[in-house]
Ligand binder design. Sequence first.
Ligand code: ADP
Ligand code: MG
Length: 269
Amino acid sequence: MLPKEWTIILQYQRSSINRYNSNMKQMRELISINDLRKTYIMGMEEVHALKSITLEVAKNEYMALMGPSGSGKSTLMNLLGCLDTPSSGSYYLNGENVSVMTDSELAEIRNKEIGFVFQTFNLLPRLSTLDNVALPLVYAGMNKSERNDRAVSVLESVGLGDRITHKPNELSGGQRQRVAIARALVNNPAIILADEPTGNLDTKTSIEIMEIFEKIHENGNTIIVVTHEPDIAEHCHRIVKLRDGLIETDERNQNIIKASDPSHKYKVK
Ligand code: ADP
Ligand code: MG
């Protein structure tokens, strides 16, 4: 039998080691979410959009977020993207506790760390391809020639080096989405968040977009793609499924389909 004082000291040490380990985990993981909840108040009614989400995402993961309509995908993406704050729980992004940040601190993190890609592209119609892509760099305080050089090189990397003076309405849907991806990449963010990025595209063009994500992932970026299409999710390396505001399954994809494969089923069709 240990004296009581020893037991207390040992317990204390154990709990500080646990605390240390969990802090280390939060520092090491790119995304570390613990018991995250989001409740919307609608008049007299509470909508529990996210009930208790615990999730870790390491640097350079390529993850699909799936689930039926209303399961909480967009709510989770908004929290991950620092567009909204949780009702409770913690969210560490790159070691920083973003769940307690003010709106202006969140805006700064968002500009620095997150690149968004949307289903509807969200390009500015009056601006050229080049200016759409260079725009986020204005907020980063870069001068014009540096901005243009950087935008051109990212546009070249998505295969649009010959479209820099075009306006969005002079481009196809797939090209517009590639401009949006270039815009998301231009700041060199820690994560690319894409909410149904292929939702408005035909199958062949969707696979071309997935091929670009594949390349971005191979370059070391971290990508989270919301999709309800299994044909899209099968390109991702990890698949997380939500249901009713909870994680239903979280699995490694055992059968990753390469979008760049020349014999891809939608290329040979
Ligand atoms: P998904 O993207 O998977 O379709 P959402 O995250 O958009 O799901 O929605 C999850 C739940 O939260 C739904 O029941 C939806 O009606 C509700 N919800 C989403 N946004 C709001 C909001 N701003 N105000 C109230 N309820 C909302
Ligand atoms: Mg949604």
